[in-house]
Write a protein that binds this ligand. Structure first.
Ligand code: DON
Length: 560
Protein backbone atom coordinates (compact mmCIF):
# COMPACT_ATOMS: atom_id res chain seq x y z
CA UNK A 1 0.00 0.00 0.00
CA UNK A 2 1.57 3.22 -1.12
CA UNK A 3 0.90 6.22 1.09
CA UNK A 4 2.60 8.91 -0.90
CA UNK A 5 1.92 9.50 -4.57
CA UNK A 6 4.74 9.16 -7.03
CA UNK A 7 6.10 12.26 -8.67
CA UNK A 8 7.29 12.02 -12.23
CA UNK A 9 8.38 14.65 -14.69
CA UNK A 10 8.63 14.48 -18.43
CA UNK A 11 9.45 17.08 -21.03
CA UNK A 12 8.22 17.29 -24.59
CA UNK A 13 8.98 19.98 -27.19
CA UNK A 14 6.85 23.05 -26.61
CA UNK A 15 5.08 21.41 -23.75
CA UNK A 16 5.95 21.06 -20.13
CA UNK A 17 4.21 18.03 -18.80
CA UNK A 18 4.73 17.71 -15.10
CA UNK A 19 2.76 14.82 -13.77
CA UNK A 20 2.15 14.37 -10.07
CA UNK A 21 0.30 11.15 -10.02
CA UNK A 22 -1.36 9.19 -7.30
CA UNK A 23 -1.24 5.81 -8.99
CA UNK A 24 1.33 3.98 -11.11
CA UNK A 25 -0.59 4.77 -14.28
CA UNK A 26 -0.88 8.52 -14.63
CA UNK A 27 -4.44 9.78 -14.22
CA UNK A 28 -3.56 13.39 -13.89
CA UNK A 29 -1.38 15.71 -15.88
CA UNK A 30 -0.68 19.36 -16.49
CA UNK A 31 0.30 21.52 -19.41
CA UNK A 32 1.09 25.23 -19.45
CA UNK A 33 -1.06 26.44 -16.57
CA UNK A 34 -3.73 23.87 -17.28
CA UNK A 35 -4.31 20.67 -15.34
CA UNK A 36 -6.75 17.79 -15.33
CA UNK A 37 -7.34 15.18 -12.65
CA UNK A 38 -9.68 12.29 -13.32
CA UNK A 39 -10.07 8.68 -12.27
CA UNK A 40 -8.88 7.19 -15.56
CA UNK A 41 -5.82 7.91 -17.75
CA UNK A 42 -7.84 7.63 -20.98
CA UNK A 43 -10.25 10.29 -19.71
CA UNK A 44 -7.45 12.65 -18.67
CA UNK A 45 -5.77 12.14 -22.03
CA UNK A 46 -9.02 13.01 -23.81
CA UNK A 47 -9.25 16.25 -21.83
CA UNK A 48 -5.73 17.19 -22.91
CA UNK A 49 -6.51 16.28 -26.50
CA UNK A 50 -9.42 18.74 -26.40
CA UNK A 51 -7.35 21.50 -24.74
CA UNK A 52 -4.73 20.92 -27.47
CA UNK A 53 -7.44 21.51 -30.09
CA UNK A 54 -8.33 24.90 -28.65
CA UNK A 55 -11.04 23.78 -26.29
CA UNK A 56 -11.47 25.44 -22.90
CA UNK A 57 -11.74 23.76 -19.48
CA UNK A 58 -15.47 23.18 -20.04
CA UNK A 59 -14.89 21.42 -23.36
CA UNK A 60 -12.17 19.35 -21.72
CA UNK A 61 -14.52 18.44 -18.86
CA UNK A 62 -17.21 17.32 -21.33
CA UNK A 63 -14.64 15.11 -23.07
CA UNK A 64 -13.35 13.72 -19.76
CA UNK A 65 -16.87 13.02 -18.46
CA UNK A 66 -17.89 11.31 -21.70
CA UNK A 67 -14.80 9.08 -21.68
CA UNK A 68 -15.38 8.23 -18.00
CA UNK A 69 -18.88 7.13 -19.02
CA UNK A 70 -17.25 4.65 -21.39
CA UNK A 71 -14.22 3.44 -19.40
CA UNK A 72 -15.73 3.48 -15.88
CA UNK A 73 -19.24 2.22 -16.69
CA UNK A 74 -19.57 1.02 -13.09
CA UNK A 75 -19.19 4.58 -11.76
CA UNK A 76 -20.92 7.08 -14.02
CA UNK A 77 -22.46 7.28 -17.47
CA UNK A 78 -25.22 8.55 -19.73
CA UNK A 79 -27.72 6.72 -17.54
CA UNK A 80 -26.72 8.71 -14.45
CA UNK A 81 -26.41 12.27 -13.24
CA UNK A 82 -24.02 14.70 -11.67
CA UNK A 83 -23.25 18.13 -10.32
CA UNK A 84 -20.95 20.41 -12.31
CA UNK A 85 -19.39 23.41 -10.57
CA UNK A 86 -18.08 26.00 -13.02
CA UNK A 87 -16.02 29.17 -12.77
CA UNK A 88 -15.74 31.23 -15.95
CA UNK A 89 -12.58 33.33 -16.01
CA UNK A 90 -13.81 36.05 -18.41
CA UNK A 91 -16.49 37.39 -16.05
CA UNK A 92 -16.00 35.43 -12.83
CA UNK A 93 -19.41 33.74 -13.23
CA UNK A 94 -19.79 30.77 -10.93
CA UNK A 95 -22.61 28.31 -11.38
CA UNK A 96 -23.64 24.82 -10.38
CA UNK A 97 -25.17 22.86 -13.22
CA UNK A 98 -27.56 20.53 -11.42
CA UNK A 99 -27.86 17.42 -13.59
CA UNK A 100 -29.27 15.33 -10.79
CA UNK A 101 -31.71 12.60 -11.78
CA UNK A 102 -35.43 13.05 -11.14
CA UNK A 103 -38.06 10.60 -9.94
CA UNK A 104 -40.48 9.68 -12.74
CA UNK A 105 -43.92 11.35 -12.70
CA UNK A 106 -45.74 8.08 -12.08
CA UNK A 107 -43.65 7.11 -9.05
CA UNK A 108 -45.60 5.93 -6.00
CA UNK A 109 -44.09 5.30 -2.57
CA UNK A 110 -45.80 1.85 -2.57
CA UNK A 111 -43.32 0.70 -5.22
CA UNK A 112 -40.60 0.66 -2.56
CA UNK A 113 -42.27 -1.05 0.40
CA UNK A 114 -43.69 -4.52 1.07
CA UNK A 115 -47.26 -5.34 2.09
CA UNK A 116 -46.50 -4.41 5.71
CA UNK A 117 -45.04 -1.04 4.67
CA UNK A 118 -41.43 -2.11 5.26
CA UNK A 119 -38.91 -0.64 2.77
CA UNK A 120 -37.61 -3.16 0.21
CA UNK A 121 -33.92 -2.41 -0.33
CA UNK A 122 -33.87 -4.13 -3.74
CA UNK A 123 -36.62 -1.84 -5.04
CA UNK A 124 -34.37 1.24 -4.74
CA UNK A 125 -31.16 -0.50 -5.78
CA UNK A 126 -31.93 -3.02 -8.57
CA UNK A 127 -34.00 -3.05 -11.72
CA UNK A 128 -36.45 -0.57 -13.20
CA UNK A 129 -37.88 0.88 -9.99
CA UNK A 130 -34.36 1.91 -8.85
CA UNK A 131 -33.66 4.08 -11.87
CA UNK A 132 -34.39 7.81 -11.89
CA UNK A 133 -34.52 9.94 -15.05
CA UNK A 134 -30.90 10.56 -16.10
CA UNK A 135 -29.37 14.04 -16.18
CA UNK A 136 -25.91 13.22 -17.54
CA UNK A 137 -26.61 13.63 -21.28
CA UNK A 138 -28.40 16.95 -20.71
CA UNK A 139 -25.38 18.17 -18.73
CA UNK A 140 -22.96 17.34 -21.53
CA UNK A 141 -25.14 19.21 -24.03
CA UNK A 142 -25.72 22.17 -21.72
CA UNK A 143 -22.12 22.68 -20.58
CA UNK A 144 -20.85 22.35 -24.17
CA UNK A 145 -23.44 24.73 -25.64
CA UNK A 146 -23.38 27.40 -22.96
CA UNK A 147 -19.77 27.38 -21.80
CA UNK A 148 -17.71 25.44 -24.33
CA UNK A 149 -15.86 26.66 -27.40
CA UNK A 150 -16.04 23.45 -29.45
CA UNK A 151 -18.99 21.47 -30.85
CA UNK A 152 -20.06 18.25 -29.16
CA UNK A 153 -18.93 16.38 -32.28
CA UNK A 154 -15.37 17.30 -31.26
CA UNK A 155 -15.65 16.86 -27.49
CA UNK A 156 -17.50 13.53 -27.65
CA UNK A 157 -15.15 12.13 -30.31
CA UNK A 158 -12.66 10.49 -27.89
CA UNK A 159 -15.51 8.78 -26.01
CA UNK A 160 -17.08 7.54 -29.25
CA UNK A 161 -13.69 6.18 -30.32
CA UNK A 162 -13.12 4.29 -27.06
CA UNK A 163 -16.66 2.92 -27.07
CA UNK A 164 -16.51 1.76 -30.69
CA UNK A 165 -12.92 0.47 -30.85
CA UNK A 166 -12.89 -0.82 -27.29
CA UNK A 167 -10.22 -0.56 -24.63
CA UNK A 168 -8.49 -2.97 -22.29
CA UNK A 169 -10.19 -3.03 -18.92
CA UNK A 170 -8.08 -2.54 -15.80
CA UNK A 171 -8.11 -4.22 -12.39
CA UNK A 172 -10.72 -1.79 -11.08
CA UNK A 173 -13.11 -2.80 -13.84
CA UNK A 174 -12.41 -6.50 -13.27
CA UNK A 175 -13.03 -6.20 -9.52
CA UNK A 176 -16.10 -4.00 -9.93
CA UNK A 177 -17.65 -6.43 -12.42
CA UNK A 178 -16.81 -9.40 -10.18
CA UNK A 179 -18.53 -7.70 -7.25
CA UNK A 180 -21.73 -7.25 -9.29
CA UNK A 181 -21.57 -10.33 -11.50
CA UNK A 182 -25.00 -11.56 -10.46
CA UNK A 183 -26.66 -8.17 -11.01
CA UNK A 184 -25.14 -7.93 -14.49
CA UNK A 185 -26.06 -11.52 -15.37
CA UNK A 186 -29.71 -10.80 -14.55
CA UNK A 187 -29.96 -8.36 -17.48
CA UNK A 188 -29.31 -9.82 -20.95
CA UNK A 189 -27.91 -6.55 -22.33
CA UNK A 190 -25.72 -5.81 -19.30
CA UNK A 191 -24.39 -9.35 -19.36
CA UNK A 192 -23.69 -9.27 -23.11
CA UNK A 193 -21.80 -5.99 -22.86
CA UNK A 194 -20.02 -5.99 -19.50
CA UNK A 195 -19.26 -9.67 -18.90
CA UNK A 196 -17.00 -12.07 -20.75
CA UNK A 197 -19.41 -14.89 -21.52
CA UNK A 198 -21.39 -14.71 -18.31
CA UNK A 199 -18.40 -14.13 -16.06
CA UNK A 200 -16.61 -11.00 -14.91
CA UNK A 201 -13.61 -10.52 -17.22
CA UNK A 202 -10.01 -10.27 -16.14
CA UNK A 203 -7.92 -7.14 -16.51
CA UNK A 204 -6.74 -6.85 -20.11
CA UNK A 205 -10.05 -7.99 -21.62
CA UNK A 206 -11.28 -5.66 -24.36
CA UNK A 207 -14.60 -3.91 -23.67
CA UNK A 208 -16.35 -2.80 -26.86
CA UNK A 209 -19.58 -0.78 -26.63
CA UNK A 210 -20.88 -0.30 -30.18
CA UNK A 211 -24.41 0.62 -29.02
CA UNK A 212 -23.07 3.25 -26.62
CA UNK A 213 -20.89 4.67 -29.42
CA UNK A 214 -24.00 5.03 -31.58
CA UNK A 215 -25.93 6.71 -28.74
CA UNK A 216 -23.07 9.16 -28.18
CA UNK A 217 -23.05 9.90 -31.90
CA UNK A 218 -26.77 10.69 -31.88
CA UNK A 219 -26.25 12.93 -28.86
CA UNK A 220 -23.44 14.78 -30.65
CA UNK A 221 -25.56 15.17 -33.78
CA UNK A 222 -28.99 15.94 -32.37
CA UNK A 223 -28.28 17.28 -28.87
CA UNK A 224 -30.61 16.39 -25.98
CA UNK A 225 -33.44 15.21 -28.24
CA UNK A 226 -31.13 12.50 -29.54
CA UNK A 227 -31.16 10.91 -26.11
CA UNK A 228 -34.38 12.00 -24.40
CA UNK A 229 -36.68 11.45 -27.38
CA UNK A 230 -36.85 9.28 -30.50
CA UNK A 231 -35.53 5.71 -30.63
CA UNK A 232 -33.12 6.09 -27.68
CA UNK A 233 -35.76 7.64 -25.40
CA UNK A 234 -38.29 4.97 -26.34
CA UNK A 235 -35.78 2.17 -25.75
CA UNK A 236 -35.00 3.58 -22.29
CA UNK A 237 -38.67 3.66 -21.32
CA UNK A 238 -39.31 0.20 -22.71
CA UNK A 239 -36.35 -1.44 -20.94
CA UNK A 240 -36.89 0.28 -17.59
CA UNK A 241 -40.57 -0.63 -17.55
CA UNK A 242 -39.83 -4.22 -18.54
CA UNK A 243 -37.66 -4.22 -15.42
CA UNK A 244 -40.57 -3.05 -13.23
CA UNK A 245 -40.22 0.72 -13.69
CA UNK A 246 -42.94 3.30 -14.33
CA UNK A 247 -41.29 5.65 -16.82
CA UNK A 248 -43.08 7.56 -19.57
CA UNK A 249 -41.47 9.25 -22.54
CA UNK A 250 -42.62 12.62 -21.15
CA UNK A 251 -40.39 12.07 -18.08
CA UNK A 252 -37.45 12.11 -20.47
CA UNK A 253 -38.54 14.83 -22.88
CA UNK A 254 -39.26 17.24 -20.00
CA UNK A 255 -35.96 16.60 -18.17
CA UNK A 256 -33.91 19.79 -17.75
CA UNK A 257 -30.66 20.62 -16.00
CA UNK A 258 -31.01 23.51 -13.54
CA UNK A 259 -28.43 26.26 -13.15
CA UNK A 260 -28.16 27.10 -9.47
CA UNK A 261 -26.09 29.64 -7.57
CA UNK A 262 -23.40 27.67 -5.75
CA UNK A 263 -22.94 27.97 -2.01
CA UNK A 264 -20.19 30.36 -0.94
CA UNK A 265 -18.60 30.93 2.44
CA UNK A 266 -15.34 32.01 4.03
CA UNK A 267 -13.12 29.81 6.14
CA UNK A 268 -10.18 31.51 7.87
CA UNK A 269 -9.75 33.95 5.00
CA UNK A 270 -10.20 31.42 2.19
CA UNK A 271 -13.23 31.64 -0.13
CA UNK A 272 -14.98 28.33 -0.57
CA UNK A 273 -17.42 27.74 -3.45
CA UNK A 274 -19.27 24.46 -3.31
CA UNK A 275 -22.37 22.47 -4.21
CA UNK A 276 -25.78 23.62 -3.09
CA UNK A 277 -29.03 21.60 -2.89
CA UNK A 278 -30.01 19.03 -4.07
CA UNK A 279 -26.63 18.07 -2.63
CA UNK A 280 -26.27 18.09 1.10
CA UNK A 281 -22.50 18.06 0.68
CA UNK A 282 -21.78 21.78 0.40
CA UNK A 283 -24.16 22.68 3.22
CA UNK A 284 -22.48 20.12 5.48
CA UNK A 285 -19.06 21.43 4.45
CA UNK A 286 -20.07 25.02 5.24
CA UNK A 287 -21.57 24.08 8.59
CA UNK A 288 -18.65 21.91 9.59
CA UNK A 289 -15.90 24.37 8.70
CA UNK A 290 -17.70 27.36 10.20
CA UNK A 291 -18.20 25.48 13.46
CA UNK A 292 -14.51 24.60 13.50
CA UNK A 293 -13.60 28.24 12.98
CA UNK A 294 -14.85 28.84 16.52
CA UNK A 295 -11.95 26.74 17.85
CA UNK A 296 -8.19 26.93 17.63
CA UNK A 297 -7.35 24.15 15.18
CA UNK A 298 -4.20 23.10 13.37
CA UNK A 299 -3.38 19.54 12.40
CA UNK A 300 -6.76 17.87 12.02
CA UNK A 301 -5.17 14.40 12.28
CA UNK A 302 -4.27 14.96 15.98
CA UNK A 303 -6.79 13.35 18.37
CA UNK A 304 -7.60 16.79 19.83
CA UNK A 305 -8.60 18.29 16.49
CA UNK A 306 -10.08 15.07 15.10
CA UNK A 307 -12.53 15.10 18.01
CA UNK A 308 -13.64 18.62 17.04
CA UNK A 309 -13.99 17.69 13.35
CA UNK A 310 -16.02 14.60 14.27
CA UNK A 311 -18.33 16.65 16.49
CA UNK A 312 -18.82 19.22 13.72
CA UNK A 313 -19.59 16.44 11.19
CA UNK A 314 -22.02 14.85 13.64
CA UNK A 315 -23.98 18.11 13.87
CA UNK A 316 -23.93 18.78 10.12
CA UNK A 317 -25.15 15.25 9.28
CA UNK A 318 -27.88 15.52 11.89
CA UNK A 319 -29.18 18.66 10.19
CA UNK A 320 -28.96 16.92 6.83
CA UNK A 321 -31.28 14.18 8.10
CA UNK A 322 -33.66 16.67 9.67
CA UNK A 323 -33.97 19.39 7.05
CA UNK A 324 -32.50 18.68 3.63
CA UNK A 325 -34.23 17.71 0.40
CA UNK A 326 -34.90 18.99 -3.12
CA UNK A 327 -35.36 22.78 -2.71
CA UNK A 328 -37.93 22.84 -5.52
CA UNK A 329 -40.18 20.62 -3.40
CA UNK A 330 -39.51 21.46 0.23
CA UNK A 331 -38.65 24.59 2.18
CA UNK A 332 -35.12 24.22 3.45
CA UNK A 333 -33.73 26.92 5.78
CA UNK A 334 -30.42 26.99 3.90
CA UNK A 335 -29.52 30.58 4.78
CA UNK A 336 -29.91 29.89 8.46
CA UNK A 337 -28.14 26.52 8.31
CA UNK A 338 -25.03 28.01 6.69
CA UNK A 339 -25.03 31.28 8.65
CA UNK A 340 -22.16 32.20 10.94
CA UNK A 341 -24.62 32.82 13.76
CA UNK A 342 -25.95 29.27 13.55
CA UNK A 343 -22.40 27.89 13.37
CA UNK A 344 -21.56 29.77 16.56
CA UNK A 345 -24.68 28.42 18.27
CA UNK A 346 -23.96 24.84 17.23
CA UNK A 347 -20.24 25.08 18.02
CA UNK A 348 -21.16 26.16 21.56
CA UNK A 349 -22.71 22.71 22.09
CA UNK A 350 -19.41 20.97 21.32
CA UNK A 351 -17.53 19.84 24.40
CA UNK A 352 -13.78 19.72 23.59
CA UNK A 353 -13.40 16.97 26.17
CA UNK A 354 -16.29 14.63 25.41
CA UNK A 355 -18.30 13.15 22.55
CA UNK A 356 -21.98 14.06 22.22
CA UNK A 357 -24.28 11.07 21.73
CA UNK A 358 -26.29 10.87 18.50
CA UNK A 359 -29.75 10.06 19.71
CA UNK A 360 -31.41 7.54 17.43
CA UNK A 361 -31.94 3.79 17.54
CA UNK A 362 -29.03 1.70 16.27
CA UNK A 363 -29.16 0.13 12.81
CA UNK A 364 -26.87 -1.48 10.31
CA UNK A 365 -24.12 0.78 8.98
CA UNK A 366 -23.76 1.45 5.27
CA UNK A 367 -21.04 0.22 2.94
CA UNK A 368 -17.84 1.92 1.83
CA UNK A 369 -18.25 3.04 -1.77
CA UNK A 370 -15.49 4.23 -4.03
CA UNK A 371 -15.70 2.69 -7.47
CA UNK A 372 -19.21 3.88 -8.08
CA UNK A 373 -19.29 7.60 -8.78
CA UNK A 374 -16.36 9.58 -10.10
CA UNK A 375 -14.94 13.07 -10.01
CA UNK A 376 -13.00 15.27 -12.40
CA UNK A 377 -11.22 18.58 -11.79
CA UNK A 378 -9.97 20.82 -14.59
CA UNK A 379 -8.33 24.24 -14.89
CA UNK A 380 -7.22 25.75 -18.18
CA UNK A 381 -4.55 28.33 -18.99
CA UNK A 382 -7.14 31.14 -18.99
CA UNK A 383 -8.26 30.23 -15.46
CA UNK A 384 -11.60 28.62 -16.31
CA UNK A 385 -12.25 25.88 -13.80
CA UNK A 386 -14.63 23.04 -13.33
CA UNK A 387 -15.20 20.42 -10.66
CA UNK A 388 -17.75 17.76 -11.57
CA UNK A 389 -18.87 14.75 -9.57
CA UNK A 390 -20.74 12.20 -11.69
CA UNK A 391 -22.67 9.16 -10.54
CA UNK A 392 -24.88 6.21 -11.34
CA UNK A 393 -24.92 5.62 -7.53
CA UNK A 394 -23.90 2.04 -6.61
CA UNK A 395 -21.43 -0.06 -8.64
CA UNK A 396 -23.02 -0.68 -12.08
CA UNK A 397 -26.15 1.19 -10.91
CA UNK A 398 -29.48 -0.60 -11.33
CA UNK A 399 -27.89 -3.20 -13.63
CA UNK A 400 -30.33 -2.41 -16.45
CA UNK A 401 -28.99 -1.56 -19.90
CA UNK A 402 -31.64 -0.16 -22.23
CA UNK A 403 -31.78 -2.46 -25.23
CA UNK A 404 -29.78 -1.30 -28.23
CA UNK A 405 -28.52 1.89 -26.54
CA UNK A 406 -25.59 0.74 -24.40
CA UNK A 407 -26.96 3.01 -21.65
CA UNK A 408 -26.63 1.53 -18.14
CA UNK A 409 -29.20 3.04 -15.79
CA UNK A 410 -28.58 4.45 -12.35
CA UNK A 411 -30.07 3.38 -9.02
CA UNK A 412 -30.27 6.90 -7.66
CA UNK A 413 -33.74 6.25 -6.15
CA UNK A 414 -31.82 4.82 -3.18
CA UNK A 415 -30.63 8.35 -2.35
CA UNK A 416 -34.20 9.21 -1.34
CA UNK A 417 -35.42 8.43 2.16
CA UNK A 418 -37.92 5.62 1.70
CA UNK A 419 -38.93 5.76 5.35
CA UNK A 420 -37.72 7.90 8.24
CA UNK A 421 -35.38 5.95 10.49
CA UNK A 422 -34.40 3.47 7.77
CA UNK A 423 -30.88 3.84 6.35
CA UNK A 424 -29.97 3.77 2.67
CA UNK A 425 -26.95 2.00 1.14
CA UNK A 426 -24.63 4.57 2.73
CA UNK A 427 -26.21 4.27 6.15
CA UNK A 428 -27.82 7.68 5.64
CA UNK A 429 -31.14 8.51 7.20
CA UNK A 430 -33.48 11.33 6.47
CA UNK A 431 -37.04 12.44 6.80
CA UNK A 432 -39.96 13.93 4.96
CA UNK A 433 -37.79 16.56 3.24
CA UNK A 434 -36.10 13.79 1.23
CA UNK A 435 -39.18 11.61 0.70
CA UNK A 436 -39.89 10.27 -2.79
CA UNK A 437 -42.19 12.41 -4.96
CA UNK A 438 -42.84 12.64 -8.71
CA UNK A 439 -40.26 14.82 -10.47
CA UNK A 440 -38.21 15.29 -7.30
CA UNK A 441 -34.40 15.05 -7.12
CA UNK A 442 -32.93 12.78 -4.44
CA UNK A 443 -30.58 14.33 -1.91
CA UNK A 444 -26.93 13.86 -2.80
CA UNK A 445 -23.61 14.02 -0.98
CA UNK A 446 -21.62 15.10 -4.03
CA UNK A 447 -19.37 18.03 -3.11
CA UNK A 448 -17.49 19.52 -6.06
CA UNK A 449 -15.59 22.43 -4.48
CA UNK A 450 -13.26 25.38 -5.20
CA UNK A 451 -11.10 26.98 -2.51
CA UNK A 452 -9.40 30.27 -3.29
CA UNK A 453 -6.87 32.09 -1.12
CA UNK A 454 -3.59 33.97 -1.43
CA UNK A 455 -1.78 30.76 -2.39
CA UNK A 456 -4.02 29.99 -5.35
CA UNK A 457 -7.02 27.95 -6.30
CA UNK A 458 -7.80 24.39 -5.25
CA UNK A 459 -10.35 22.41 -7.29
CA UNK A 460 -11.47 19.12 -5.81
CA UNK A 461 -14.08 16.46 -5.22
CA UNK A 462 -14.44 12.73 -4.70
CA UNK A 463 -16.77 9.72 -4.79
CA UNK A 464 -17.71 7.83 -1.62
CA UNK A 465 -21.37 8.52 -0.82
CA UNK A 466 -21.68 10.10 2.61
CA UNK A 467 -17.87 9.88 2.99
CA UNK A 468 -17.49 12.49 0.26
CA UNK A 469 -18.25 15.22 2.79
CA UNK A 470 -15.58 14.26 5.32
CA UNK A 471 -13.00 13.67 2.57
CA UNK A 472 -13.54 17.12 1.11
CA UNK A 473 -13.69 18.74 4.57
CA UNK A 474 -10.36 17.19 5.62
CA UNK A 475 -8.71 18.20 2.35
CA UNK A 476 -9.95 21.80 2.63
CA UNK A 477 -8.81 21.98 6.26
CA UNK A 478 -5.38 20.59 5.32
CA UNK A 479 -5.09 23.09 2.47
CA UNK A 480 -6.14 26.16 4.45
CA UNK A 481 -4.16 25.26 7.57
CA UNK A 482 -0.89 24.87 5.69
CA UNK A 483 1.20 27.83 4.46
CA UNK A 484 2.62 25.76 1.57
CA UNK A 485 0.68 23.44 -0.72
CA UNK A 486 1.62 19.78 -0.89
CA UNK A 487 -1.25 18.56 -3.03
CA UNK A 488 -0.08 14.96 -3.07
CA UNK A 489 0.03 14.90 0.74
CA UNK A 490 -3.45 16.46 0.98
CA UNK A 491 -4.98 13.87 -1.34
CA UNK A 492 -3.25 10.85 0.21
CA UNK A 493 -3.57 11.83 3.91
CA UNK A 494 -5.41 9.29 6.10
CA UNK A 495 -9.16 9.73 6.52
CA UNK A 496 -11.71 9.46 9.27
CA UNK A 497 -15.45 9.94 9.05
CA UNK A 498 -18.56 10.52 11.10
CA UNK A 499 -22.11 10.96 9.79
CA UNK A 500 -24.20 11.39 12.95
CA UNK A 501 -25.73 8.00 12.36
CA UNK A 502 -24.41 5.35 12.92
CA UNK A 503 -22.71 6.96 15.94
CA UNK A 504 -19.12 5.94 15.36
CA UNK A 505 -15.86 7.37 14.07
CA UNK A 506 -14.87 5.31 11.05
CA UNK A 507 -11.15 5.25 10.20
CA UNK A 508 -9.19 3.91 7.27
CA UNK A 509 -7.52 0.61 8.19
CA UNK A 510 -4.01 0.97 9.61
CA UNK A 511 -4.13 4.76 9.29
CA UNK A 512 -4.28 5.77 12.95
CA UNK A 513 -2.24 4.49 15.87
CA UNK A 514 -3.68 2.63 18.87
CA UNK A 515 -2.81 5.72 20.96
CA UNK A 516 -4.84 7.92 18.60
CA UNK A 517 -7.82 5.62 18.83
CA UNK A 518 -7.48 5.41 22.61
CA UNK A 519 -7.45 9.22 22.86
CA UNK A 520 -10.74 9.43 20.95
CA UNK A 521 -12.25 6.54 22.88
CA UNK A 522 -11.33 8.31 26.11
CA UNK A 523 -13.58 11.17 25.00
CA UNK A 524 -16.43 8.70 24.48
CA UNK A 525 -16.20 7.95 20.75
CA UNK A 526 -16.68 4.51 19.29
CA UNK A 527 -13.81 4.12 16.78
CA UNK A 528 -14.08 1.45 14.06
CA UNK A 529 -11.79 0.51 11.19
CA UNK A 530 -13.48 0.37 7.79
CA UNK A 531 -12.81 -2.78 5.74
CA UNK A 532 -10.73 -0.70 3.31
CA UNK A 533 -9.61 2.82 2.47
CA UNK A 534 -12.23 4.97 0.75
CA UNK A 535 -12.53 7.66 -1.85
CA UNK A 536 -10.84 8.48 -5.11
CA UNK A 537 -10.20 12.20 -4.83
CA UNK A 538 -9.22 14.17 -7.93
CA UNK A 539 -7.61 17.52 -7.16
CA UNK A 540 -6.04 20.35 -9.11
CA UNK A 541 -4.14 23.32 -7.69
CA UNK A 542 -3.14 26.44 -9.60
CA UNK A 543 -0.61 28.66 -7.87
CA UNK A 544 -1.20 32.43 -7.84
CA UNK A 545 2.54 33.03 -7.50
CA UNK A 546 3.77 30.91 -10.40
CA UNK A 547 0.70 30.29 -12.53
CA UNK A 548 1.66 26.63 -12.57
CA UNK A 549 -1.18 24.15 -12.31
CA UNK A 550 -0.78 20.65 -10.96
CA UNK A 551 -3.11 17.67 -10.70
CA UNK A 552 -3.17 14.76 -8.30
CA UNK A 553 -5.21 11.56 -8.42
CA UNK A 554 -5.91 9.70 -5.21
CA UNK A 555 -3.52 6.76 -4.71
CA UNK A 556 -6.58 4.87 -3.43
CA UNK A 557 -7.81 4.70 -7.03
CA UNK A 558 -5.52 1.70 -7.46
CA UNK A 559 -6.99 -0.05 -4.39
CA UNK A 560 -10.30 -1.07 -5.87
O1 DON B 1 -25.27 11.42 -4.92
C1 DON B 1 -24.81 10.74 -4.00
O2 DON B 1 -24.56 11.18 -2.90
C2 DON B 1 -24.50 9.28 -4.26
N1 DON B 1 -25.31 8.78 -5.34
C3 DON B 1 -23.04 9.12 -4.51
C4 DON B 1 -22.63 7.69 -4.54
C5 DON B 1 -21.19 7.48 -4.37
O3 DON B 1 -20.43 8.39 -4.18
C6 DON B 1 -20.76 6.08 -4.46
N2 DON B 1 -19.42 5.94 -4.08
N3 DON B 1 -18.49 5.62 -4.42
Amino acid sequence: MRLLPRICKSFAPGLLALALTGAPDSHSAEQLGAAIASAHPLATAAGHEILGRGGNAFDAAVAVAAVLAVVEPYASGLGGGGLWLLHRASDGRQVMVDARETAPASVRPELFVDASGKPVHAATTRGGTAAAIPGAPAALVHVAARYGALPLAATLAPAIRHARDGFQVDERYARSAASRERLLRDDAEASRIFLDGDRAPRAGWRLRQADLAATLEVLAREGSAGFYDGPVGRALVESVNRGGGVWRLADLTTYRVIERAPLRFQYRGASVTTATLPSAGGIALAQCLQMLERFETGDVRTPRDAHLVVEALRRAFRDRAAYLGDPDFVMVPVERLVSRAYATERAATIDPGAATRSEAPEREPGGVGSTSTTHLSVVDAAGNRIAATLTINLVFGSGIVARGTGVLLNNEMDDFTVRAGVSNAFGLRGGAANAIAPGKRPLSSMTPTFVEDAKGVLILGAPGGSRIVSQVALAVLDYVHSPAVDLAAIVSAPRYHHQWWPDRVEVEPGAFSPAWRAALEAKGHRVESAPRRWGNMQAVFKSKQTGIAQAVSDPRGADF
